[in-house]
Every structure is written in structure tokens, then in C-alpha cells.
Design a protein around this ligand. Structure first.
Ligand code: IPM
Ligand code: MG
Length: 365
């Protein structure tokens, strides 16, 4: 396969982890006989510093011409003022919207050897294997924002708006994923308070009855979900939810896996009929971690597992994706881990050593 992949390293530890991903992609190309052309683009704080904007036109064009995009992380203390006109996060939100990446897939699985690094007791974590599908281009993130000053002081508002079509397309992605897994879908909303949630609930319930009667379907209020994620996490298979609830719940769910440094994500657009590739953006769910940036300590596994998702969802290379996941498992089993997931007294390795070990496992398999 001959494809082009855009690499957007971004800020903080972003470039450190995408370097390992590039090396892994080269190893996959070698082992499986593909040609991956990798091209770099600017995004986030570094793009602001170099061009004045967080998402330069050149980056967007590069992504639009590519078959898939791999992103490191954006943001950092030097661009942290939330009242600034230009902020790194606008680059991330902008690219998601511009590429139409409405379906954000965040799988949460736990390697048995890493159970010790979760704040939850191991018996609670037994059997945890969930996929959170977060709607990514609508809702309160993208609704009209206002801020005004009156004689009584200031007021502000963020509009949360969803259309039936936006709900239906993400529910279909989620229910199809459930079919390939344990066959269960949980819609998380706040239908006892929010009108948007009532729209989600009525259309999702109808669509599930009409199109996915074989998938077990339940609804759950978001506050209860926050609790059940800790109380009985193994009961969840696929969760589908709106943009902001998904943002919050996936940070919570990441703690089940012990470290945010382990969790990948995929953001997908519409699959074009008959096409062999599907546009997607892949990124670790952790941020730019400015506190450890430049020290070679970052866990590259979330990014390497994001490469697996890229191979699976954008390039339909299932064997290659599985090979990456197995190489990551083998590296963990060999005890080659960064500090965030090391057990007490266990030897700690750096970003490059872990990345190299995964490549070795992949080529040795
Ligand atoms: C995420 C992040 C982003 C979001 C931020 C950086 C804008 O928290 O990908 O979850 O809120 O979507
Ligand atoms: Mg988030």
C-alpha cells in the first residue's frame, strides 16, 4: 500500500512521542512491504510561535491531501492564558471541524501487568474493556459563544446545539462497533435536565430499535455514569455520548488503565463509499505534559497504539494493527516501561528505549 500520512508533532512531549511513531511506521512498512510517505505540519503553540495562528493553512492542506493524520499534543504554559485571542487548542478544535472528524473513539483496556498503576483495586478492573465514542464536532464546543457587559456586570453563554442527523450518524458508528464487540451500547446523557439530551435519547432509542435490535441498549445519566465507571467499569462495552460529556468521562476512564500514557484515540470522518482509505486523525489522549517535556520520560505507548488504530481504521490494515498491539503487549510483558506505569522498584526506561523495544518486538515476531 502506498499512502501519505501527515505527522503533526505539536507541543511539549508531542514531538518526542511522534518520533517513536515514525520509527514504528517505518518498521511496519519494512515488515509488510508498504510505502508510507510521512510529512510534517505545524499545529498548536509551535504554530502560533512560527506563523501566528494555531492551524496554518499549509497544515490543513497537508492533512486534506493525506490519507491519515497522526498528532502528538498541543498546548503549554507559555500559551496558557484562556483569554488570549489565539490559543493552541483552537488548532485541535479547528482541525477536527475542518476535516469533519465527528466520531472520536477512545478505547479503554487494561493490561494485567499494569493493574497496579490504577488507583482502583485490581478486582474492580478485572474484565474492563470499553470503547467510549465521543461526538466531536458539535454541541457546546462549537455552539455560538457570547460575552457581554451590562450595567449589572458581565454575562456569558455557550450554546449547546445538536441536530438529529449529527446524533444518528454517531449512534450508527457506535452501534456498529458494539456489534463487533460484546454487543452492548450505553447512551450517556442528561435527559432529566437538558433538551439536547432528550433529543439524543428519543432518536437513539428509535434508531436502535429500528436498525440495531440485536444490540443490547441502555441509557444512563451522566452523573450516574461517572459513578458507575468506578463502581462497575467491567459492565460497559460501548458508550456513546455528546462532546463535553465524552471529554470529561474519558479522562476519568483513563485512570482505570492507570496512566493516560497508555490510551490511544481515533477521530473519524464519513467513510466514502468504495474508498480504500478513510480520513482519520489519531492522537494519544494525554496532553503535552510540559512538566516532563524534553526529558525523554514520556510514555510513547499511547501514540504507538494510536498508530495501530490508524492502520486499522484509516488504512484497513488489520494484520498490521494487530502486530503493533502485540508488540506493545510483548514490550510490557518484558518489563520495558516508562515511569508512569512502572511498579515500585521496577526498572524505569525512557521514551526512546520503550519505542525501540516495540520496534524490535514487531520485527522479531
Ligand atoms: C481532548 C482535549 C481537548 C478537548 C482540548 C485540548 C481542547 O481535552 O482531546 O479531550 O477538550 O477536546
Ligand atoms: Mg479532554
Amino acid at each position: 500500500m502506498d499512502v501519505q500520512i501527515a505527522i503533526l508533532p505539536g507541543d511539549g512531549i508531542g514531538p518526542e512521542v511522534t518520533t517513536e511513531a515514525e520509527q514504528l511506521l517505518a518498521a511496519i512498512a519494512e515488515r509488510f512491504g508498504h510505502r508510507f510517505t510521512l510529512q510534517h505540519g505545524l499545529i498548536g503553540g509551535i504554530a502560533i510561535d512560527e506563523t501566528g495562528v494555531p492551524l496554518p493553512d499549509a497544515t490543513l492542506q497537508l492533512c486534506q491531501q493525506s490519507d491519515a493524520v497522526l498528532l502528538g499534543a498541543v498546548g503549554g504554559p507559555q500559551w496558557d492564558n484562556p483569554n488570549a485571542e489565539v490559543r493552541p487548542e483552537q488548532g485541535l478544535l479547528g482541525i477536527r471541524k475542518a476535516l469533519g472528524l465527528f466520531a472520536n473513539l477512545r478505547p479503554v483496556t487494561i493490561h494485567p501487568l499494569l493493574m497496579h498503576s490504577s488507583p482502583l483495586r485490581p478486582e474492580r478492573l478485572e474484565g474492563v474493556d470499553m470503547l467510549v465514542v465521543r461526538e466531536l464536532t458539535g454541541g457546546i464546543y462549537f455552539g455560538e459563544k457570547r460575552r457581554e457587559r451590562t450595567t449589572d456586570g458581565e454575562w456569558a453563554s455557550d450554546l449547546c446545539l445538536y441536530t438529529q442527523a449529527e446524533i444518528e450518524r454517531i449512534v450508527r458508528v457506535s452501534a456498529e462497533a458494539a456489534r463487533t464487540r460484546r454487543g452492548k451500547l450505553t447512551l450517556v446523557d442528561k435527559a432529566n435536565v437538558l433538551e439536547t439530551s432528550r433529543l439524543w435519547r428519543s432518536h437513539t432509542t428509535r434508531l436502535m430499535q429500528q436498525e440495531f435490535p440485536d444490540v443490547q441498549f441502555e441509557t444512563m445519566l451522566v452523573d450516574a455514569c461517572a459513578m458507575h465507571l468506578l463502581r462497575r467499569p467491567a459492565d460497559f462495552d460501548v458508550i456513546v455520548t455528546e462532546n463535553m460529556f465524552g471529554d470529561i468521562l474519558t479522562d476519568e476512564a483513563s485512570m482505570l488503565a492507570g496512566s493516560m500514557g497508555m490510551l490511544p484515540s481515533a477521530s473519524l470522518g464519513v467513510a466514502a463509499a468504495g474508498a480504500t482509505t478513510r480520513m482519520g486523525l489519531y492522537e494519544p489522549i494525554h496532553g503535552s505534559a510540559p512538566d516532563i517535556a524534553g526529558q525523554g520520560k514520556a510514555n510513547p505507548l499511547a501514540t504507538l497504539l494510536s498508530v495501530a488504530l490508524l492502520l486499522r481504521y484509516s488504512l484497513q490494515l488489520e494484520a498490521e494493527a494487530t502486530a503493533v498491539e502485540q508488540a506493545v503487549q510483548a514490550t510490557l510483558a518484558a518489563g520495558i516501561v516508562t515511569g508512569d506505569v512502572a511498579a515500585a522498584g521496577q526498572q524505569v526506561y525512557g521514551t526512546a528505549a520503550v519505542g525501540d523495544a516495540v520496534v524490535q518486538q514487531l520485527l522479531a515476531a
